[in-house]
Write a protein that binds this ligand. Sequence first.
Ligand SMILES: [Zn+2]
Length: 127
Amino acid sequence: MTRPKALAAVGVGSIGKDFVTVGITAAIAERSAAGRAANDRICASALRLKFEDDQRVPFVCECGDARCLGTVMLRLAVFARLREEGCLFVLLPGHENAGEEQVTEGGRELGYVVVERITNPAGGISD
Ligand SMILES: [Zn+2]
């Protein structure tokens, strides 16, 4: 079993529990939170290693599938913008869940999609 180096480098497995679970199932939210926490660490590592904004960095797919080990090549600047916009998730194309997620940008030709979770009955995301 080999794991992608980026995953090993950021120590996936020790996951923060501070993700707000609003309107999506707890299991998916927890797995997505794991992906987001890992990606935040990847981003921090890339910045520490002096990656440029337009360099592509291997992030992990935030689809919420526990078996998914997909990596998504994304420019640092794009990743930073998505985090600023809040509740957006970066996925491999085809990993989106049509019932619960709406693709807001990206596509197969770019190698990634960005989704917004559309089930949000609590309406509890504030900014
Ligand atoms: Zn995935």
